[in-house]
Write a protein that binds this ligand. Structure first.
Ligand code: WQD
Length: 351
């Protein structure tokens, strides 16, 4: 069986990727210290796939504990490394916590990859590495500008650590640059569980709609865009998940062109904040309670992907459109609200 180690496997993108890996014939183990996630989300994986997923509750910043997982699993064929802190605002307030957690964990997992000769490595990166691009859509060759936050810096440095590490030796890596992952698995057995007040747009929309928060604010309507609000490339989390399976297949079948291929994971379409809100109102039938507020510091004005390389080389085709993204996000929010037992008392902080 092709065993894959997924770090951050109880996280939003991690858990969706585990479902896709299992449905495509991989055996999966998760490593997640659950500092920002809930191990019970893996019950959702079992409901969808019938497979129970083992999670090692390990802090990847502890090298010995990380190494012990590899000692116990000598047959790991590949690694997908998601585990990292990812709140942009928090990273501005606490940069050292972000540099330590995101980079030490990456270094430890790479050291184990080398020692245990795990030669296929997929790194979870982000469009945030592009900073404020001079031209859009961005391709994988678009020059990187200064990142807008310490979180973005950890992704830029993380990419460099991976690409330098794999220059020699036998690890083959892929860097996947996600644009804005949104939505939830159509089964509503898994989805995003924001901790505290949601900073990201789509959870802010759905939590406002369901009444968890009274009102949301549009951060800026005076940008040089078609309606004044920021443009992003929203991409369904299940489409992102499937790209990881295709990336592993690509590496294992030795189709990689270099030791560190890079792919943009976006739909290639940019939507403004106000357009996303309109799409949500259309699919939910709810008039959203929002105000028009000032710009949010650090926001990129507009970015969306040229995804030709992932389409042509990974045979990756994103299938969800913006209305389906909103519909699955809404179904999941309603599930969280209606199924109080889903995570109540299971040490998850649901705001
Ligand atoms: C999108 C747009 C906001 C909330 C960040 C990271 C990226 C990834 C996703 C980790 C912006 C506006 C938001 C609200 C709003 N993180 N907005 N009101 O900042 O593009 O990307 O999160 O993987 O790496 O950089 O996503 O959803 O926070 O914001 O108007 O209540 O929605 O100003 O224009 P962002 P976002």
């Amino acid at each position: 069986m092709k065993k894959i180690l997924v770090t951050g496997g109880c996280g939003y993108i991690g858990v969706h990727t585990i479902v896709d890996l299992v449905q495509n014939g991989y055996q999966v183990i998760s490593v997640d210290n659950n500092s920002r996630s809930n191990p019970f989300i893996l019950e959702g994986v079992e409901k969808i796939t019938g497979k129970k997923i083992k999670n090692y509750i390990v802090d990847l910043c502890n090298f010995d504990d990380t190494r012990a997982v590899f000692e116990e699993n000598k047959d790991i064929l590949g690694i997908i490394h998601f585990a990292a802190y990812k709140a942009v605002g928090e990273s501005v307030e606490n940069p050292l916590m972000y540099f330590e957690n995101n980079l030490v964990s990456l270094i430890n997992i790479l050291k184990c990859s080398e020692e245990f000769k795990v030669s296929h490595f997929v790194f979870s990166s982000s469009c945030t590495v592009y900073g404020n691009p001079d031209s859009i859509p961005v391709t994988e060759n678009t020059p990187l500008k200064p990142a807008e936050s310490p979180y973005g810096i950890t992704k830029q440095i993380g990419e460099q650590i991976v690409s330098e590490t794999v220059k020699q030796g036998n690890i083959k890596a892929i860097l996947l640059r996600y644009f804005n992952p949104v939505g939830a698995h159509p089964s509503t057995h898994i989805g995003e569980i924001p901790i505290g007040n949601p900073a990201n747009l789509v959870p802010a929309i759905t939590q406002t709609a369901v009444g968890k928060i009274p009102v949301m604010q549009v951060h800026g309507t005076d940008y040089s865009t078609r309606d004044g609000s920021c443009v992003r490339d929203y991409i369904h989390v299940s489409d992102i998940a499937h790209a990881h399976t295709l990336a592993l297949d690509y590496l294992i079948s030795k189709k990689n062109k270099t030791n560190c291929d890079i792919f943009n994971l976006g739909t290639g379409n940019g939507y403004t904040v106000l357009e996303v809100i309109a799409a949500f109102e259309k699919v939910s039938g709810i008039k959203l309670n929002y105000t028009l507020g000032p710009r949010r510091p650090g926001d990129v004005i507009a970015i969306y992907a040229n995804n030709d390389k992932a389409k042509n080389e990974l045979n990756w085709i994103p299938v969800y459109d913006i209305e389906q993204m909103m519909a699955t996000a809404w179904k999941w929010e309603l599930k969280l609200k209606n199924d109080e037992n889903l995570f109540s008392g299971k040490n998850i902080i649901l705001n």
